[in-house]
Design a protein around this ligand. Structure first.
Ligand SMILES: Cc1ncc(COP(=O)(O)O)c(C=O)c1O
Length: 378
């Protein structure tokens, strides 16, 4: 019997990563903000249209930095979905804030913008929409709520690179945004991320928070004659080796996205008939969103059927996985945060969603994966 072993994720490398790393090595600048880092930041600023892009060691670090810049402090509340990764909440809990969780929409599994306003109190400081699976949240409605209540919007665009909402790149709409280049994402550097600043008001402090609490960036530009401790911050700069790796990926970002979209579309087409028979639900992409094929997921009718589906695929050597455990019911989430209103869509997605393998190179196994997946739906 032919035994396959198809992982859930396999990091894709373009082939140029080591060449650019050798250039960084030869250039002799290995700390942060070198030539490759500058290329990456310029690419992000140009592609996303942010006022300023600053690389970080992870999306987690970018969110923590955004929380610092936003001036989030003890007693503040930050509204976000519960159906997200821990870092979305933890970045704000680190500053002493309370995450206030609201339910997600049943279609996109993004924060339900109609539930945000009722969660606002006099302590609310910010809203953190998470663009799940690279599909944009209802940003017009969210920005309107933020404007009316004088709140900041920090997009968690960890999964959102190159995707758009109403023609605007994800990460360009809120006051700030965070991207991830973790090896499970579309564009990778192992660990890695970026903070995007769209509100010009945050640009100067963003550099200070990034550069170990100092105005070193201004010093290097000749704007001040010495650099010194001027604010609260941390060390968030990745070194040049990581940036060199990332640059190889950015150069091929469009080609990578295209191949992912092709894989996604093949999955989508093959599961259409099972959706018609109400055996599962496929992802829904609203008309105003162009997604980036970060993820292909299915929603099965129940937790039991999902467990059986994952087990059956695993027995065939194919690794499909479930996703977030809701933060409002996690032990630390219960202590540090609170749920506002009914969370039934969150609980339902958490129990029923399964992610299928999606990585460049899967093309040659895709027929097998789809055949086994179809056979595992009951
Ligand atoms: C929505 C979301 N936010 C934040 C993160 C954290 O990203 P990183 O691993 O780059 O810190 C992830 C990671 O998967 C994520 O899915």
């Amino acid at each position: 019997m032919l035994v396959v072993d198809i992982p859930f994720n396999k990091p894709y490398m373009t082939g140029k990563e080591l060449w650019y790393i050798s250039q960084a090595h030869a250039n002799g600048h290995l700390s942060g903000n070198g030539l490759f880092a500058k290329k990456c930041c310029a690419w992000l600023e140009q592609r996303i249209g942010s006022r300023k892009a600053l690389l970080t060691n992870s999306c987690t670090a970018a969110l923590e930095r955004a929380a610092l810049l936003a001036g989030v402090e003890a007693g503040d509340e930050v509204i976000m979905p519960s159906y997200t990764f821990v870092s979305t909440a933890n970045a704000f809990v680190l500053r002493g804030a309370t995450p206030v969780f609201v339910d997600i929409r049943p279609d996109t599994l993004n924060i339900d913008e109609t539930k945000i306003e009722q969660a606002i109190t006099t302590r609310t400081k910010a809203i953190v929409p998470v663009h799940y699976a690279g599909v944009g949240c209802e940003m017009d409605a969210i920005m309107d709520i933020a404007r009316r209540h004088n709140l900041l919007v920090i997009e968690d665009a960890a999964q959102g690179i190159i995707a758009t909402y109403k023609g605007r790149p994800l990460g360009s709409i809120g006051h700030m945004a965070a991207l991830s280049f973790h090896e499970t994402k579309n564009i990778i550097s192992g660990e890695g991320g970026a903070l995007l600043i769209n509100d010009p008001h945050f640009v100067e402090r963003a550099e200070i928070v990034w550069e170990k609490w100092t105005n070193r960036s201004q010093f290097f530009r000749g704007q001040v004659d010495k650099y010194t401790w001027v604010d609260l911050g941390s060390s968030y700069l990745p070194g040049e080796i990581l940036a060199a790796f990332l640059w190889a990926q950015m150069e091929e970002a469009d080609a990578i996205t295209k191949r992912r979209l092709d894989l996604w579309a093949t999955y989508h087409q093959w599961f259409a008939s099972l959706e018609k028979k109400e055996k599962l639900r496929r992802p829904i992409i609203p008309r105003e969103c162009v997604h980036n094929a970060h993820m292909y997921y299915l929603l099965l009718p129940s937790l039991e059927l999902r467990t059986a589906f994952i087990d059956q695929l695993r027995a065939q050597g194919i690794h499909a996985v479930f996703h977030y455990v809701p933060l409002h019911s996690a032990p630390f989430g219960q202590t540090m945060g609170r749920a506002d209103g009914d969370m039934s869509n969150t609980v339902s997605a958490s129990e029923r969603l399964v992610r299928l393998p999606l990585w460049l190179g899967l093309e040659e196994h895709l027929t097998t994966v789809i055949a086994e997946a179809v056979a595992s739906v009951h």
